[in-house]
Structures are given as structure tokens and as C-alpha cells.
Design a protein around this ligand. Structure first.
Ligand code: MF3
Ligand code: CO
Ligand code: CO
Length: 273
């Protein structure tokens, strides 16, 4: 049985493994930091064009994060030295920004996490670079819809398995592979906290969803097999069969009646397609 704890002192985040239940001031803080991360993804749209390098994207993310009064959570996180992850084509997640330029027809995921007063806002989108073939566009659309179907299940009384089931069922109906090796996560004053948010599962299984929970949902979907290989840099996760992979991520908070998406695009650019 999952354990829950009402957080009484947010200034001392515990790694108890219990699922935290947060109060209204915590929702305010998450709304603020979530908005900053979403604003950054919005502002990137005009820069995601052929010829731009992923380190240029990283520099933009760093500058915009600092200008917003935040810090990038990934910078110096477990030895990671960049302000975002940039995952192109068959890279599933944790792509490291570098000198590689985007090409016409690529898909690229940018994953941004900002911190304000210790609170984390974690979100990513997969962008289309120039003219993208229909096969890749379809993957990106289905992955986005899978995230939103998962979010629809995120409400009190449901179980975490309902989220995973909705995502898996939709993706597999399209004959895509749902990545099992990475999951969403509890978030708040910790970047990665309990519970693990699986993107596959069975209805009615897993911890019950309760008001006050904060977590991310971030399905990774491959055109081919779901199997992952991590490259020698220790970070870059690629589809083992080198098939195209897409991802979308939101940070949400469970309310009495459903959920609030903290990282919703203020400009309505959640679907970059
Ligand atoms: N933002 C990623 C997530 O969704 C985590 C990236 S950790 C890094 O959980 F070190 F790879 F940047
Ligand atoms: Co995340
Ligand atoms: Co993320």
C-alpha cells in the first residue's frame, strides 16, 4: 500500500518515499514556476528551425530562465551540465545539447525544468523542424494525445494505473511502442520524488490519486520497439532499433475534482504541429 503524507513544512523536503499531499500555497508556487517553464517552451518556437544547433537552444533556455528569476534544474544535476535536454529523432530523452544543427524534417524534443524558491516546473514538447514527413508528424500528434488522455485520468478516486493504461492503450492502438525504462515522477521541492508515474498499466492498479499530489506525466513513444539503449556519454537514451521517438511532458497538481496543468502553454502552443 502506498503511503501518503500531508506536507507541513515545505522548506524541508523529505525523501521518505511517501507520496506528498500539498496545500494551496504550494499550488500557487507551482503555478508560478510551471508558467515560467511553459513560457520558455513557447518562446523557443521561432528558434526551432533548420541550422540552429542544440547548444544555441540550450543557451537561449539558460538566458530566459535566469531572466525569469529562475534557475535551470538540470544544470549540475547528477553531473549533467546543461540547462535543458534536446532529443532529436531517434533520441528518446536526455539528449545533451551540442554542436549538432537541426535539419529540415527533424523532430526535436526540448525538456525544460525551472526552479523558483525551490519549486520545480518540468515540461517538454516535441517540435517539428521545417517540413516534417507525415509519418513523423503522426507520431508526434499521437504522443501528445496520449499525454492528454493520461491527464484526463488524473483525478481523485482513480489510480495511477488508469493513467498508464490510457496512454498505453492509445499508443499501442497506433502500433507504437511505449518506453518502459523512464517514467514520470512526483515533483515539488524535489525534482524527482515519489510516486513513479508509469506510462503503461492496468486500470484500478497502483496508488490511489488524491488531491494535493503533484507529479509529471511524460510519455515517450517510439514508432518501433520500446527498447532503450543509453549511449556511452551516460545520458543520451536512444531507441535501440533507431526508430523515431517523441515525448510530451506536463507537471500537474491534483485538485478536488480533477487536475490543474501547471505547465500549460500561455500562448496555446502546447501542440507544436
Ligand atoms: N526533465 C527530465 C524529466 O522530465 C529530467 C532531466 S534530468 C537531466 O524528468 F539531468 F537529464 F537533465
Ligand atoms: Co520530468
Ligand atoms: Co522533463
Amino acid at each position: 500500500m502506498a503511503q501518503y503524507e500531508f506536507v507541513t513544512d515545505e522548506s524541508k523536503p523529505s525523501r521518505s518515499g511517501a507520496i506528498k499531499l500539498h496545500d494551496a500555497p504550494a499550488f500557487d508556487a507551482m503555478r508560478h514556476v510551471g508558467r515560467i517553464s511553459a513560457d520558455i517552451l513557447d518562446a523557443l518556437v521561432p528558434f526551432i528551425v533548420p541550422g540552429v544547433t542544440t547548444e544555441e537552444i540550450d543557451a537561449l533556455v539558460l538566458r530566459m530562465t535566469l531572466e525569469a528569476g529562475a534557475t535551470p534544474a538540470t544544470l549540475n544535476y547528477r553531473g549533467y551540465t546543461h540547462s535543458c535536454c534536446t532529443s532529436i529523432n531517434h533520441v528518446i530523452c536526455h539528449g545533451i545539447p551540442g554542436s549538432k544543427a537541426l535539419k529540415d524534417g527533424d523532430i526535436v524534443n526540448v525538456d525544460v525544468t525551472s526552479i523558483v524558491d525551490g519549486w520545480h516546473g518540468d515540461t517538454n514538447r516535441t517540435y517539428l523542424v521545417g517540413d516534417v514527413p507525415i509519418k513523423a508528424r503522426r507520431l508526434v500528434e499521437v504522443t501528445y494525445e496520449a499525454l492528454m488522455l493520461g491527464i484526463e485520468q488524473a483525478k481523485p478516486g482513480n489510480h495511477m494505473g488508469d493513467i498508464g493504461f490510457a496512454i498505453q492503450t492509445y499508443a499501442e492502438k497506433h502500433r507504437y511502442g511505449v518506453v518502459r525504462d523512464f517514467c514520470g515522477h512526483g515533483i515539488g521541492r524535489l525534482f524527482h520524488d515519489a510516486p513513479e508515474v508509469l506510462h503503461f498499466g492496468r486500470p484500478g492498479t497502483g496508488p490511489e490519486i488524491k488531491p494535493g499530489m503533484f507529479f509529471t506525466i511524460e510519455p515517450m513513444v517510439n514508432i518501433g520497439r520500446p527498447d532503450v539503449k543509453v549511449l556511452d556519454d551516460g545520458w543520451t537514451a536512444v531507441a535501440r532499433d533507431r526508430s523515431l521517438s517523441a515525448q510530451f511532458e506536463h507537471t500537474i497538481g491534483i485538485t478536488e475534482t480533477g487536475c490543474e496543468i501547471f505547465t500549460k502553454s500561455p500562448k496555446g502552443l502546447d501542440r507544436p504541429f
